[in-house]
Design a protein around this ligand. Structure first.
Ligand code: AMP
Ligand code: ZN
Ligand code: FE
Ligand code: FE
Length: 282
């Protein structure tokens, strides 16, 4: 038995179509997969249809980028059903904010001597949510960089020459919207927050728990065992469920496998049971 509670498809910046992702999950022997595309649920219907005749449980979700100055704060929302709802109806606006930001990045890169058009980015992305990994892929195709990682490291990451921020939901607001929509909010990959001091992390988690946070992603592909243990301890101290997932993106994050991360990812079923208790429609 194996589960994976964080993954991306072509509906955002993953390279596998939702149905292909489901087939991959079945091949890997997963029993539960959460599809958590950035700011969209466009892939859920196709993914769910693809589970027919299999034993795979598909959890509908999304991943949101939140307003936070010190680093990147992402929120996974699981058991969020596509359709109408307080959070669901905000997703289109979040994608519009992305698109405006993407145009600024494309203009900046062009200015920096790496000409490209937004149409090229849109073509790379297909329908759905368009993000920096798609821009990075166009940069690679044009020979400006040799890898997606290099595109981020030199140009696209926060503080780099072609970085542009975009309006995002505030953490408390996003958590509240998730809860009002029947979803289960989980703070994703906490290392990207860029918090080094334990007291600062404690203050932040105190705030987020007050807002209704349910889980903390302690088991993540790039984490060593001691980091997973450390974050799981932290989660327990705040009454949070130590969640886990691969953050699979296919070719946009090479070397990372669905369900097993870099080979040693194991998310226990107990995590799923503990999270499920918080879902409105589990
Ligand atoms: P965006 O949502 O468009 O701002 O792009 C952020 C996404 O890019 C993240 O969710 C990751 O999927 C991906 N990403 C961020 N940093 C890196 C990196 N250093 N290398 C590869 N992908 C990255
Ligand atoms: Zn992504
Ligand atoms: Fe993320
Ligand atoms: Fe992700």
């Amino acid at each position: 038995m194996a589960i994976d509670l964080h993954s991306h498809s072509t509906a955002s910046d993953g390279s596998a179509e939702p149905s292909a992702l489901v087939r991959l999950a079945v091949e890997q022997g997963l029993t539960t997969l959460a599809l958590t595309d950035h700011d969209t649920q466009e892939g859920i219907e196709e993914a769910r249809a693809a589970t027919a005749g299999t034993d795979l449980e598909l959890i509908a979700g999304t991943e949101l980028s939140l307003e936070y100055d010190a680093g990147g704060m992402h929120l996974l929302v699981l058991w969020l059903e596509p359709g109408s709802g307080p959070l669901q109806s905000r997703l289109a606006t979040l994608r519009q904010w992305r698109n405006r930001r993407n145009e600024q990045i494309v203009a900046a890169l062009t200015e920096l001597g790496m000409p490209m058009t937004i149409d090229e980015v849109t073509e790379e992305a297909g329908s759905g949510s368009v993000g920096r990994p798609h821009i990075a892929a166009v940069m690679m195709a044009k020979g400006y960089v040799e890898s997606i990682e290099e595109a981020f490291e030199h140009w696209l990451a926060a503080g780099k020459p072609a970085y542009w921020s975009r309006p995002r939901l505030r953490p408390e607001e996003a958590i509240q919207l998730a809860l009002e929509s029947g979803g289960v909010p989980i703070l994703a990959h906490p290392h990207t927050l860029n918090i080094n001091r334990a007291a600062e992390m404690a203050d932040l988690l105190t705030e987020l728990c007050k807002a209704g946070l349910v889980g903390l992603e302690a088991i993540y592909s790039s984490y060593r065992q001691h980091e997973r243990d450390g974050y799981a301890d932290l989660a327990r101290r705040f009454g949070l469920v130590p969640s886990g997932g691969s953050d699979y993106h296919g070719s946009y994050k090479p070397g990372l496998d669905l369900g097993r991360g870099y080979g040693d990812l194991v998310v226990p079923d107990s995590v799923l049971d503990d999270l499920r208790r918080h879902a409105a429609n589990p």
